[in-house]
Write a protein that binds this ligand. Sequence first.
Ligand code: AKG
Ligand code: FE2
Length: 340
Amino acid sequence: MALPTFDLSPFATGRELPSPEAAAIAREIDDTLRSTGFLLVSGHGVADDVRDAYFDAMRSFFALPIEKKEEIAIGRSACHRGYVGFATETLEGALAGDEDAVGTQLAGDMKETIDTGIDHGPDHPEVIAGTPLHGPNQWPDLPGFREVVDVYRDAMIEAALRMERALSMALGLEPTFLEGQPGETMFHLRLIHYPPMETLTPEPGQLGCGAHTDYGTLTLLADDGNGGLQVRQRSGEWTDVVVPDGQLVVNLGDLMAIWTNDRWVSNPHRVVNPPGVDRYSSPLFVTPPFHLRIETLETCLAPGETPRHEPMVTGPYLLSRFDGTHSYRNELLEAHNSAT
Ligand SMILES: O=C(O)CCC(=O)C(=O)O
Ligand SMILES: [Fe+2]
């Protein structure tokens, strides 16, 4: 399915907002998001050479022997950062409002990842306060790797800010509404490798990445052009997402439904490992500050209308979604892994 592409350059940091040009794009984005939670963006500010160096770094890391990769295993991190091995995360069934379905499919995803976030040193106030999900990344012993990933994450955060400005305007709010929420927005950059299908012996229903919705507000994803990402339309049909070279896919996470009272909702998506070729992809997950209470925005309520969702505090909600899907945090999945 060809998704529409929107130019984010009018929302770049330093550009005057709101501008008539930005307002027109924001209106079109709103029209699209009322029917599907997926779209493409250009003008996001991530330079091709920055992206190419990052994808090369991903290939180098995932080619390392498993013992080297396990040196930075996520289970060694107190803040959910590090290497997640094959079949240890199970996204199938991780759908909003359907938490009971998580874990009914126990065969884990046929992918491996590194989960990273903004590096928080020991003096960061949230680290001092012991807030979960805040702390340092774990880095492999690969020269230049950390620098390349940090440069790419910074570029992707700028892309995310452009998108947040567009979404804020699309909701009839100040352009800085989303980025200006009190506290520190969580930006989790994930590096993913999917091996080719024929190198695997999947259990029934096992996928590269099981059907799920994303948890936060917004995800921006780059891939290597090898395909495999599929999105479920409101009609129930699964369609392939083709990401043209140089563009990013943007999709909504579940918290957006609370904020917008279901004007915009997330779509389930999944990855089928492509045949004959490895797939590398990388989502940046944008989640509002840990302590922020998400409740329906006034601009998304018609006169007399009441919110359809209970308010939710971001951090505990995100942790509960991680607990359901990561075997190192979930006894049921852990037991399945050690038995197979
Ligand atoms: O690799 C992809 O294309 C999608 C990954 C994804 O949906 C996720 O990690 O949430
Ligand atoms: Fe996802």
